[in-house]
Design a protein around this ligand. Structure first.
Ligand code: AMP
Ligand code: GLY
Length: 422
């Protein structure tokens, strides 16, 4: 099966590695645009803009693509799935309309209300006065969310009233949602959806804050681990029954069936499971650990989801081994951006047995750097992924690997999965 993967991040690199590990031939795979690291594993098409529906469709037709896998949200929101589907190509990724489940937090709240899905109370606000009123209603800590796509930086959770109001002011033009604060452990659980049926993958936990001990600003995600040994019995079944299935049913009822990956961002509160967000795509960096543990054919699963063929017999298999991923970020991330700088030690890092998923790397062109040296070109540069029979071992390996990598000014969290390793 000829497969096109759209995207250029560590998530797409993890998807590529999982495809190759579970039976896809390298010659059957093209990644557009990809990045310098993905290009080491697969054929990439750096000049194809994944957000252009007509260009992507033309490319897919010319290359006989039978399955398109859409990594990031931007192509979904741009309608790339719709364009590909109109030419009869199987697409893993929701339509533009269904992707609103991620693109609009207020739409997501409406769907959840209609479907009876448990979530936090929230108020939609269009003026700063409304924001202040809602903050008074719910009290501190304040949770302020931009109502559109904001690259993982649209949410602030703070006790600082002024900071909360300033954040609301900054994103007021795309709309603001003020939400009640929910206390508890966070869980990311992904479901494959074919428009009717949902099939769970395996739970993971993401570390959203920039620094150790959950300090610092929210980021796109600084690390993750899977599975979550502390989850109560029946958790996955409960989320499937109370969250994922009713949401997909409601989307079908609205005439916008959801085909692709339903990312359920959950908090396990004292009063039960609550949804804090939906995404319409694989999460980054959770994908690096979830797919690292997958042993079933990834292309087979995604093709079934894309063609309405999921059913009760579709049960993805996962290794009993645990997986952890640690993200290496550039100096200043997520607040400021650093200049492009050379990365050293990648070969030595891989020699320790870890896998590296590249996010923002490009070949160096300057004469001052040796051949083959890569530059860090963005905030989240790469993630290292390690597995093991227990978290202590996997952590040891991940941190030994990342210690080999040198990038001036870079930082990473040292406490990923620390609580489950004993
Ligand atoms: P989101 O982009 O909605 O996932 O929010 C980013 C992060 O903010 C989440 O991963 C949580 O850590 C935190 N967050 C979001 N909503 C809430 C809430 N209602 N209560 C507490 N924390 C929240
Ligand atoms: N890891 C969070 C996200 O992908 O949105």
């Amino acid at each position: 099966m000829k497969i096109l993967v759209l995207g250029a991040g560590a998530r797409e690199h993890a998807i590529v590695k999982a495809l190759l590990r579970t039976g896809t031939a390298k010659d059957d795979l093209i990644v557009a645009p990809g990045n310098a690291g993905i290009a080491l594993d697969a054929h990439t098409e750096p000049s194809l803009n994944p957000n252009m529906p007509l260009d992507v469709t033309k490319f897919a037709l010319e290359h006989g693509i039978e399955l398109a896998i859409i990594g990031p949200e931007a192509p979904l929101v741009a309608g790339v799935s719709d364009a590909l589907r109109s030419e009869g190509i199987a697409v893993f990724g929701p339509s533009q309309a269904a992707a609103q489940l991620e693109g609009s937090k207020s739409f997501a709240k409406e769907v959840m209300a209609a479907a009876g899905v448990p979530t936090g109370m929230a108020r939609e606000c269009s003026t700063i006065e409304e924001v202040a009123d809602a903050m008074d209603e719910f009290g501190a800590p304040y949770v302020i969310k931009a109502d559109g796509l904001a690259a993982g930086k649209g949410v602030i959770v703070t006790n600082d009233r002024e900071a909360a109001l300033a954040h609301a002011e900054k994103f007021m033009d795309i709309g603001i949602l003020v939400e009640e604060f929910l206390a508890g452990q966070e869980v990311s659980l992904f479901f494959l959806a074919d428009g009717k049926t949902v099939v769970p993958l395996t739970p993971a936990q993401d570390f959203k804050r920039a620094y150790d001990n959950d300090e610092g600003p929210n980021t796109g995600g600084m690390g993750a681990y899977s599975p979550l040994p502390w989850l109560p019995e029946g958790f996955v079944e409960e989320v499937q029954r109370d969250v994922a299935q009713p949401t997909v049913d409601e989307m079908a009822k609205l005439g916008t069936p959801f085909v692709g990956l339903l990312y359920c961002g959950l908090i396990l509160t004292e009063r039960g499971i609550r949804v804090i967000e939906f995404n319409a795509r694989f999460g980054d960096p959770e994908t690096q650990v979830v797919l690292r543990r997958l042993t079933s054919s990834l292309s087979g699963l995604l093709y079934k989801a894309s063609t309405g063929q999921l059913n009760g017999a579709t049960t993805p298999d996962f290794s009993k081994d645990v997986a952890i991923t640690v993200v290496l970020a550039s100096e200043g991330y997520p607040d400021t951006s650093a200049p492009n700088r050379p990365i050293y030690g990648l070969t030595e890092a891989e020699a320790t047995g870890i896998e590296i998923c590249h996010a923002a790397t490009a070949p160096a062109v300057a004469e001052t750097t040796a051949d083959g040296v890569l530059l860090a070109t963005g905030g989240r540069v790469l993630s290292v992924v390690a597995t093991g029979t227990d978290f202590a071992g996997a952590r040891k390996q991940a941190y030994a690997g990342i210690a080999e990598i040198q990038l001036e000014g870079s930082h990473y969290r040292s406490d990923i999965a620390a609580k489950v390793a004993n």
